[in-house]
Design a protein around this ligand. Sequence first.
Ligand code: C2E
Ligand code: CA
Ligand code: CA
Ligand code: CA
Length: 277
Amino acid sequence: SAKRLKSGYSIYSEEQDEKDPYRLLLMGDLRAAIEKNELYLVYQPKAELKTNTILSAEALLRWKHPKLGLIPPSDFIPIAEQIGVINAITTWVLNEALKQSKLWEAEHIDIEIAVNLSARNLQDAELPIRLKALLQQYGVSPRKITLEITESFIMADPVRAKEVLMNIHEMGIQLSIDDFGTGYSSLAYLKTLPVDTIKIDKSFVADMANDATDSMIVRSIIFLAHNLGLKVVAEGVEDLQSWNMLASYGCDIIQGYYLQKPLAPYEFKRWLVARME
Ligand code: C2E
Ligand code: CA
Ligand code: CA
Ligand code: CA
């Protein structure tokens, strides 16, 4: 449906993929991008609506290609999955994010960090072990870390997903369902999986001030989540009107350009300090 298209999924066919020179170029260069220091993270804040405080930030991956410039993750994450480097990339992201968590802690910046996982990471049996090792290495409390996972992550292999997620959640790491509302999944998994928050997909949030169907969907998701004891994040909030609507619906946490775009760590710190003054 149009809703799915709005949420930014790529829908080109395999055949086009093979011939697309841009894709081929990215494919060839991605493997070396980590060693060549071309990847970096930016951080987008999330605000608690009730208190208007910044409690957390989402780490978002960027690739600065030497010739092509900035490549969006929507272009290279699917390639990373396809050529089998997604586990290496996720490990790199986790390492960076935990390092940043420790740095901020040392600077008395009390911020939780959320990291995005790809559905493919589920097939990595080492993931929980590696997470535990990284938490230990950096001396970061698992409570400071949230993993954002999509419904496709769960649906790819529900039994395995449950096992991995239980494992990770038992360490004290928080789990969030990303892009909520865009998948085909039944809602049943929300009852059985150790999920703490859901993030309403920005395709419902972006236009909610003008679209009665979208605002009804957002309201229903908040109602459902709260009845299941889950917290709700709305992503992609771009204007004050949507912000106010979400507040009136009892949404817990807000993220989007209206609050702030993703920032480099030093910019993030500067913004936080300025905001508190
Ligand atoms: P996502 O996890 O749903 O992240 C939200 C995307 O929306 C981000 O795009 C963010 O910059 C953008 N955004 C934030 N606020 C607004 C807003 O108010 N309006 C609009 N229109 N967009 C907003 P970005 O950074 O390009 O990331 C795109 C997707 O790439 C992410 O979607 C996520 O699925 C994936 N991704 C990013 N970083 C990572 C990563 O480290 N690992 C994995 N596996 N995937 C990642
Ligand atoms: Ca996310
Ligand atoms: Ca999302
Ligand atoms: Ca998305």
